[in-house]
Ligand binder design. Structure first.
Ligand code: CP
Ligand code: NVA
Length: 337
């Protein structure tokens, strides 16, 4: 449909730039991206979770079919990564495709070359782009100019792929996600925002305890209520400052670093103020006996999470890290196959 419209347009006497804008606008309207969980419906996201379960079962039973044969994913990183970088590349290979790593010094996104140009050039070479950026607007700009799907592999504002792996982990442990109490302890950061969006979609009771000044952003609070109203799954949001109160009756305790990538200059102040938010044995004891403890990793052991808990019986952190692979396979197949 887009192609024939493009042909019709080019037969008219209009400038090439105008053609490009019309073509780009039409592509944008049909192209699906994975930038934020807020753009997807609860049903669509649940289908991704089910697909992740199937792909994981299939992989463990011997392998996935080559659903992404001959497809290439460009992986653009402005920040470091272990899990995102490796799990996306492995996912592409398991599905018969491949991935190309483009590190921070290689393309100089928005510096050596504009984001619009990078996006259009990459769209000519690969069938999907995954990008880890500082400014969330930069993944949006990549998507606006791309004629292939763009996946947010973490921005300062959101980490949607992480939240999908997390939902998969919670579902595996409890056989459901709806109605569970998820207590997020610490900084109201990108990981907290995406997890809150997932909770709103899937009917979880999301409780977050953060120090004053480090709460979930107001926009994320409003968005939670919008998504919960849209999904009608009974999700609730509780904003607290007291971590002890937050973990009462929790099924899941979740934490993340106190100093996200890009906040290094604030490290001393953040570490000082977040001390009471450490997930340790005393805190975990206040939750349900079968509580699981989650962390997106990398963990700063001795700060937000103690060794005793990270390596103890409640910890789900390594299965959680593995589930990035299976959740992202579902996202890649949905967008690129
Ligand atoms: N959790 C996560 O995204 O890890 P990386 O920063 O190592 O990719
Ligand atoms: N909040 C962390 C998550 C790392 C995966 C960061 O942005 O650095």
């Amino acid at each position: 449909m887009v192609k024939s419209a493009f042909r019709r347009t080019t037969s008219c006497a209009i400038l090439p730039e105008e053609v490009a804008i019309i073509y780009h606008t039409q592509r944008k309207n049909v192209m699906k991206h994975f930038l934020t969980l807020a753009d997807w419906s609860a049903d669509e996201l649940w289908r991704l979770v089910e697909s992740a379960v199937e792909l994981k079962t299939e992989w463990k039973a011997g392998g996935n079919p080559p659903l992404l044969k001959n497809k290439l994913l460009a992986m653009v990183f402005q920040k470091p990564s272990l899990r995102t970088r490796v799990s996306f590349e492995v996912a592409m290979k398991h599905l018969g495709g491949d991935a190309i790593m483009l590190g921070p010094d290689e393309i100089g996104l928005g510096k050596r070359e504009s984001i619009a140009d990078v996006s259009r050039v990459l769209s000519g070479y690969v069938q999907g782009i995954m990008a880890r950026v500082f400014d969330h607007a930069h993944v949006e700009q990549l998507a606006a100019w791309a004629s292939v799907p763009v996946i947010n592999g973490l921005s300062d504002a959101e980490h949607p792929c992480q939240a999908m792996g997390d939902v998969l982990t919670i579902y595996e442990r409890f056989g459901r996600v709806s109605g569970l109490r998820v207590a997020y302890i610490g900084d109201g950061n990108n990981v907290a925002v995406s997890l809150a969006q997932a909770a709103a979609h899937f009917g979880m009771h999301f409780v977050i305890a953060s120090p004053q000044g480090y709460e979930l952003p107001q926009a994320a609070v409003s968005q939670f209520h919008d998504l919960a109203a849209r999904s009608k799954n009974g999700a609730t949001l509780t904003l607290l400052h007291d971590p002890n109160e937050a973990v009462e009756n929790a099924d899941v305790i979740y934490t993340d670093t106190w100093v996200s990538m890009g906040q290094e200059a604030e490290a001393a102040a953040r570490v000082a103020i977040m001390q009471p938010y450490q997930v340790n044995a005393a805190l975990v004891k206040r939750a349900k006996p079968a509580v699981i403890v989650m962390h997106c990793l990398p963990a700063h052991r001795g700060q937000e999470l103690t060794d005793e808990i990270a390596d103890g019986p409640h910890s789900a952190i390594f299965p959680q890290a593995e589930n990035r692979l299976h959740a992202q396979k579902a996202i890649l197949v949905n967008l690129m196959s």
